[in-house]
Design a protein around this ligand. Structure first.
Ligand code: NAD
Length: 369
C-alpha cells in the first residue's frame, strides 16, 4: 500500500490513472499532479520506455512551470508506451483510444510533447474537444513551427546577459539537440548577434569556431538529414556539452550534464531548453563554479505559455507578447533573489513556484491540491 503513494507529497499528485486496452495494445498513464490554479496542462508523450515515475516527474515539472509562469493551470502529464515512429494508422488508433478513455477527466488538457505533434492533438480534439497545441486550421497557434520555446529562451538570454554584464553580440552558442527548441533558440539568438559554434542531434555533432551555417543545418534537419551531413568538423554528440562557447543550450535529453562532464563545461550561461537536462549534483557544481544556469521551468516555459494563451482564445501576437513579459520578469526575479540570498537559481525558482502553488491551494475549499 505504501508503495502506491511513493510519489505523494503535499503538492500532489491528485490522481494517477492507468489506461489499458489489450485489444489494440494501448498501455498508458495519466498523472494529474495539482489543479489548485485550474485544469492541468501538460503534454502527451509517446516513447517505448516511458514509466509511471517519468510521467509523475514531468507532471510535477508542469505544476512548477505553470505556477512560475502565473498561468491559470495546474500541472499534469500523460504517456503512451509505444514507438512514436509506428505506422500512422496505429498511432492514431492508440491516441484516439487514450483520449476517449480519459473523456471524463476534465481537469487534464492534452498538449503535444516528445513523440506527438499538432496532428495528434487534432485527433484528441476530434474525440473529446480538450487539447491545445492544435493545427492552425483548428484555431491553434503552431508553437513548434513558430518557435515559442526558442523565443522564450532568447528573452531569458537577454535578461541574463544584461544581469551578468556581457554582450550577446558575438557570443558563441552551442546547442545540444538541433530540433524544434534548439533551432529556434539559435535563430532568435542570431538575431541578437550570437554565433552558433556547435550543434548536435542524435547522430553526432558539428563544430566551427567561426560560425556554422545554421539555416543550412536547419534545412538538413527539415529534410530528414542530420547536422553531421553539414560538412563542418564533426565529433561525438556529447562533446557539445563541453564545447568552447559562451552560451550552452541543452535541448534534447534529461541528465546530459552530470558529474563526469560538469567541470569541463565552458559556457558562462546555460539556458535549459530540455526538461531536467542536468543532474541535481551537476546543478550544485555549476552553481559553485559561478555559471549562470537558468532552470528549465523558468527558461523553457514559452511553449506552455503559448498553449495556455491558445486555450484562452488569444492570438499569436498576444501569445508572444505574453511569453516575452513572463519569461523576462521571472528570469530577472530568480537572478536577483539568488544573488541576494546567495543560493542556487533552481532553489530560488522552486521556492517561487511552490509558494504560488501553495497560495493557490490555500484558496481551495479544503486547502488542498
Ligand atoms: P525535437 O524532437 O524537435 O528535437 C530534439 C532534437 O534532439 C532532435 O534533433 C534529435 O535528433 C536530438 N537528440 C535526440 N537525442 C539526442 C542526444 N542524445 N544528443 C543530441 N541530440 C539528441 O524536440 P523538441 O520539441 O525540440 O524538444 C527538445 C526538448 O525540449 C525535450 O526534452 C522537450 O521535452 C523539451 N521542451 C520542448 C518544448 C517545446 O516547445 N517543443 C518546450 C519545453 C521543453
Amino acid at each position: 500500500m505504501a508503495d502506491m503513494f511513493r510519489f505523494a507529497d503535499d503538492l500532489g499528485p491528485l490522481k494517477i490513472i492507468h489506461v489499458q486496452d489489450v485489444g489494440i495494445g494501448l498501455k498508458a498513464v495519466l498523472v494529474i499532479d495539482n489543479v489548485a490554479a485550474g485544469p492541468s496542462i501538460g503534454g502527451l508523450r509517446m516513447a517505448s520506455d516511458v514509466t509511471v515515475e517519468e510521467c509523475f516527474r514531468l507532471a510535477r515539472a508542469m505544476t512548477l512551470k505553470n505556477a512560475a509562469a502565473g498561468l491559470r493551470h495546474g500541472g499534469g502529464k500523460s504517456v503512451i508506451v509505444g514507438d512514436p515512429g509506428m505506422p500512422k494508422p496505429d498511432k492514431e488508433r492508440l491516441i484516439r483510444a487514450m483520449a476517449a478513455a480519459l473523456r471524463g477527466e476534465d481537469m487534464y488538457i492534452f498538449g503535444p510533447d516528445m513523440g506527438t505533434n499538432e496532428e495528434c492533438m487534432a485527433w484528441v480534439h476530434d474525440e473529446i474537444g480538450r487539447a491545445i497545441g492544435l493545427p492552425r486550421e483548428l484555431g491553434g497557434i503552431p508553437l513548434d513551427e513558430l518557435g515559442a520555446t526558442g523565443f522564450g529562451l532568447a528573452q531569458a538570454a537577454e535578461v541574463a546577459a544584461d544581469f551578468d554584464g556581457f554582450d550577446l553580440k558575438g557570443a558563441r552558442v552551442a546547442v545540444q539537440g538541433f530540433g524544434s527548441v534548439g533551432i529556434h533558440a539559435a535563430r532568435f539568438l542570431r538575431e541578437r548577434g550570437c554565433v552558433l559554434v556547435a550543434a548536435s542531434d542524435s547522430k553526432g555533432a558539428v563544430f566551427d569556431a567561426v560560425g556554422l551555417d545554421m539555416e543550412a543545418l536547419a534545412t538538413l534537419k527539415a529534410t530528414g538529414g542530420s547536422v553531421i551531413d553539414g560538412g563542418a568538423t564533426t565529433g561525438e554528440r556529447e562533446a557539445v556539452i563541453t564545447a568552447d562557447c559562451d552560451i550552452l543550450i541543452p535541448a534534447a535529453r534529461p541528465d546530459v550534464i552530470h558529474e563526469d562532464n560538469v567541470d569541463d563545461v565552458k559556457a558562462r550561461l546555460i539556458l535549459q531548453g530540455a526538461n531536467i537536462p542536468a543532474t541535481a549534483d551537476a546543478e550544485r557544481r555549476l552553481s559553485e563554479r559561478g555559471i549562470t544556469n537558468l532552470p528549465d521551468f523558468i527558461a523553457n516555459a514559452g511553449g506552455v505559455i503559448c498553449a495556455a494563451m491558445e486555450y484562452a482564445g488569444a492570438n499569436q501576437t498576444t501569445a508572444f507578447d505574453t511569453i516575452k513579459d513572463k519569461i523576462r520578469d521571472n528570469t530577472l526575479a530568480v537572478l536577483e533573489a539568488a544573488k541576494a540570498d546567495g543560493v542556487a537559481l533552481r532553489e530560488v525558482a522552486v521556492r517561487l513556484a511552490t509558494e504560488r502553488v501553495r497560495a493557490a491551494m490555500s484558496m481551495r475549499r479544503w486547502g488542498s491540491f
